[in-house]
Design a protein around this ligand. Structure first.
Ligand code: AMP
Ligand code: MG
Length: 411
């Protein structure tokens, strides 16, 4: 597959994404969790409110509750009782009377409005209102936030901290969610050492699995870490076989190019089906997607920036679908670029940018500088991707470009 704008032999980014998503089957198993354990889980049910929120008309202020009709006679009312949060006024009141009321306390049925205490003059039980009042002032009505029976969340919603608060406020203590995905992580490379180990000549520290692990934690999946696997056909094959038995998705980094020690593709061909291989994107041209007997496989490039970008732009989207979560909405803006950008037509670029507001109050983006796919610090300084279409050439300072803000998986 190719289109007008991709270099020959490269799969356009959008086709790669579409192709990959069409092969993803969402998980079906569900479980019931207490809401305290449900952060970031994906709801497997719709949730309708079992109550009105608030559950009763209540006061938004500390002050005095009264019937607006009483003020047609006089601005001075007689206080005949108290309504506290959790201890409502039980009695009756008549025209000309008011009730001392606290924030959150239930409105007495005989009252329809509240005046805050700062606007009231108090002499023993005689309360004089100093300002004009309107019907319903400072009253929070039952159901004004959420109504009984109203659908609050739907299946596929990822539960946030605020949502857990809302569920608690509805009195919902448990929710049905989809089971967590199990994702295996494999770093390939003879040169890789773990932090804490000594480096021999030519070695580097393994960093991809650390970045990916952090992002997978935010995605709310269980990670099975296979550590570092040497560049050897049998070792890689053994790791993939083992990972496939345990995980829903297997993610490797490194070994996907065409170098002499790049075994990922040959092992995949041996074990399963390889989806596609070279994508018209930069960074990240070599990316493999395929199917193992029990799992799906994402083969990320070894270069740290390429690994992160392909994981973020492709694998996370697929894993989100696998989780049954709603499609990710990423925020794209058109902004002025303050410097020239190098770009040759043929691949879609995800350059690292710093979005800020200039002295004129305009949103502007600046490149993080060198865009080498090994320069992980360029991602640490960036807050967005400058996304340049495949057919686009170099960008001149002052031109408008499209930026995609970093989402919760990167920041
Ligand atoms: P490869 O895709 O295996 O050819 O690797 C491309 C580049 O990425 C090489 O410079 C590798 O040393 C580097 N690399 C591969 N895997 C990792 C990793 N897990 N962490 C950091 N760098 C890596
Ligand atoms: Mg390698």
């Amino acid at each position: 597959m190719s289109d007008c704008c991709s270099a020959p032999g490269l799969l356009p980014f959008e086709s790669a994404l579409e192709n990959m998503l069409s092969q993803i089957t969402p998980v079906t198993q569900t479980l019931t969790l207490p809401i305290t354990q449900a952060l970031n889980a994906v709801l497997a049910q719709d949730i309708a409110s079992p109550i009105n929120v608030p559950n009763h008309n209540n006061s938004a202020m500390d002050g005095y509750a009264f019937a607006i009709e009483s003020l047609s006679q006089s601005n001075t009312l007689t206080m005949v009782g108290r309504s506290m949060a959790g201890a409502p006024f039980q009695g009756e009141c008549k025209l000309g009377e008011c009730i001392r009321i606290m924030t959150g306390a239930k409105m007495p049925t005989c009252c329809d409005s509240v005046e805050m205490q700062e606007n009231a003059q108090v002499e023993a039980n005689s309360i004089t209102f100093l300002k004009e009042k309107e019907l319903g002032s400072h009253v929070r009505n039952a159901g004004e936030d959420i109504q009984l029976g109203q659908q609050v969340f739907s299946q596929g919603h990822k539960i946030t901290a605020v949502d857990i608060g809302i569920l608690a406020s509805l009195g919902v203590s448990e929710v049905k969610v989809y089971r967590k995905l199990k994702v295996a992580l494999i770093a390939t490379g003879d040169e890789l050492k773990l932090p804490g180990q000594a480096l021999n000549s030519g070695d580097i520290y393994e960093s991809n699995s650390f970045v990916l692990r952090g992002m997978l934690d935010k995605l709310h999946v269980d990670v099975i870490d296979f550590g570092i696997i040497e560049d050897d056909f049998d070792s890689i094959k053994a790791a993939f076989v083992n990972a496939d038995k345990q995980a829903d998705a297997v993610i490797s980094s490194g070994g996907v190019s065409v170098g002499d020690a790049d075994y990922t593709k040959t092992v995949l061909d041996d074990l399963g089906e390889i989806g596609f291989w070279k994508i018209a994107m930069k960074p990240g041209k070599p990316f493999a997607f395929g199917k193992l007997p029990n799992s799906v496989f994402f083969g990320l490039p070894g270069n740290p920036v390429s690994a992160l970008v392909t994981f973020h732009q492709l694998a996370i989207v697929a894993l989100t679908k696998m989780q049954n979560a709603r499609e990710l909405k990423r925020t794209n803006l058109q902004v002025k670029c303050v410097n020239d950008l190098k770009k040759s037509p043929g691949r879609m670029d995800f350059q690292r940018g710093i979005l800020s507001v200039n002295e004129l109050g305009e949103n502007v983006v600046e490149s993080t500088g060198s865009q080498g796919s090994g320069i992980l610090s360029s991602l640490a300084r960036a807050n967005c991707f400058i996304v340049l279409a495949s057919d686009q050439g170099r960008v001149k300072a002052g031109e408008m470009v499209s930026v995609q803000l970093f989402d919760q998986y990167i920041v």
